[in-house]
Design a protein around this ligand. Structure first.
Ligand SMILES: [Zn+2]
Ligand SMILES: [Zn+2]
Length: 73
């Protein structure tokens, strides 16, 4: 798909770009792409988002409550 075509175009009905921030490094996470690339993890308990690098670093456990992280999709 052509990403360049979608960016910068104010197409109606396209305000649903969902983004989140990694709760550790504050990196911007694109939830839309995460569905495809599985590079975003979420804690099912507290709902915090983690980037793939941080998720790996904490061994896929939420650093706040120890719950196993789930890939966002
Ligand atoms: Zn991070
Ligand atoms: Zn948690």
């Amino acid at each position: 798909m052509t990403i360049g075509l979608l960016k910068g175009v104010n197409a109606p009905g396209h305000k649903g770009w969902s983004t989140a921030r990694c709760s550790i490094c504050n990196k911007k996470l694109d939830l839309f792409n995460a569905v495809e690339y599985h590079d975003v993890y979420v804690c099912p308990k507290c709902g915090k988002f983690l980037c793939a690098a941080d998720a790996r670093r904490v061994k896929y456990r939420c650093p706040y409550d120890g719950v196993e992280l789930q890939p966002y999709y």
